[in-house]
Unconditional design. Structure first.
Length: 346
């Protein structure tokens, strides 16, 4: 009897990509009975659904689509207490993103549903986007682009005081040396930068030949460019504060493709307006979408992108491939590679 699977994709990780990778990972006619559902993200922003965050689709829609399914592969579908109670056949819920924030892990464990995720699927894309923001912010691309589109040729950008800086020969500080930060470090080192890293969970030998581990204070006071690559914890929330921004050298460029909660954005706007910061590049924000009245939208010197660092076609394929591999392991009775609650695996 085939295993019934719901492929709940969206407009990024398409349902057909999930189905294709499931067929590749679990070959054989009749092994899987796959039903597809397309959720509205990103055309409709994700948000809170019942008790879970960053989800797309409603509980009723998911309950109906999951009826009779043992397995769900998805990026944004909500796994809530209500969904779990209404779907007793569900055994495995695979989330094709770096963490299963759209799943109630405690409830899933109580209901015996294993929850998997897809770490590293967007590391390359995010690292490349970070480099793009560093280059754009360091050379003031956003403002001159906007002016040129409006018909103004900014010849004054050749004034010494308005010129940007080069990567080659600069000291760049990276806060975090995980899957993304380590890739950014290697790229910057290849471009001729001196790379400093602050990451309390990394040993000095892990950065050898690419960067040097230093304290956060040393990194901030020595770097011409600072890029953030850390998670939000009680210790890191708001870590780039007004006082720490003031400790950076005049003209420093700040880039954040990690999490908006790491930065005091009002302090950044003040520092840009005063000339203390030389530029900034942001892909993540305290509130998303950015509110219409936000100072980030009017302060000069900021390159803004709408949380798209992890958006590439390759990421969608990798994400589908990772969760499909977990389904194959589960059906073969093997340990799951990326399970957030292994005690729930049946």
């Amino acid at each position: 009897m085939p295993t019934t699977v719901l492929a709940a994709g969206n407009h990024f990780v398409l349902p057909r990509l999930l189905t294709q990778e499931l067929r590749n990972a679990v070959p054989g006619d009749g092994e899987l009975e796959i039903h597809e559902l397309r959720l509205p993200w990103p055309h409709t922003p994700f948000g809170k659904v019942a008790e879970v965050d960053e989800a797309s689709g409603g509980e009723e829609e998911i309950i109906e689509a999951l009826r009779g399914s043992r397995i769900c592969v998805t990026q944004m579908a909500p796994l809530t207490e209500r969904v779990l109670r209404a779907c007793p056949d569900l055994e495995l819920f695979c989330v094709s993103r770096g963490g299963p924030v759209n799943a109630n892990l405690e409830a899933a464990t109580r209901h015996g549903v294993a929850v998997c995720y897809a770490p590293g699927r967007n590391a390359v894309a995010t690292a490349e986007h970070t480099i793009a923001l560093i280059l754009a912010a360091a050379r003031g691309v956003a403002d001159v682009h906007t002016d040129l589109k409006r018909g103004t040729w900014r010849g004054d950008t050749y004034d010494y005081g308005n010129c940007g800086i080069e990567i080659d020969g600069s000291t760049v500080g990276l806060v975090g040396f995980g899957a993304v930060g380590s890739r950014v470090a290697r790229t910057l080192a290849a471009m001729g930068a001196t790379v400093l890293v602050h990451d309390p969970y990394v040993r000095p030998d892990a950065v050898a030949g690419v960067a040097r581990l230093v304290s956060l204070e040393e990194l901030l006071t020595r770097s011409r460019i600072v890029s953030l690559h850390g998670r939000v914890t009680d210790e890191t929330r708001g870590m780039i504060s007004r006082a720490r921004i003031a400790s950076m050298p005049r003209g420093t460029v700040l880039v954040n493709c990690a999490r908006g909660a790491l930065v005091d954005y009002d302090a950044v706007c003040d520092a840009l307006e005063s000339g203390h910061l030389g530029g900034a590049g942001f892909d993540v924000y305290p509130a998303e979408p950015v509110p219409a009245g936000s100072r980030l939208l009017s302060t000069p010197g900021i390159v803004l992108t709408p949380h798209i660092a992890g958006a590439s076609r390759e990421v969608a394929h990798k994400a589908a491939r990772i969760v499909a591999a977990e389904v194959a392991r589960y059906l073969r009775g093997e340990p799951l590679a990326h399970c957030a609650n292994p005690e729930a695996a049946r």
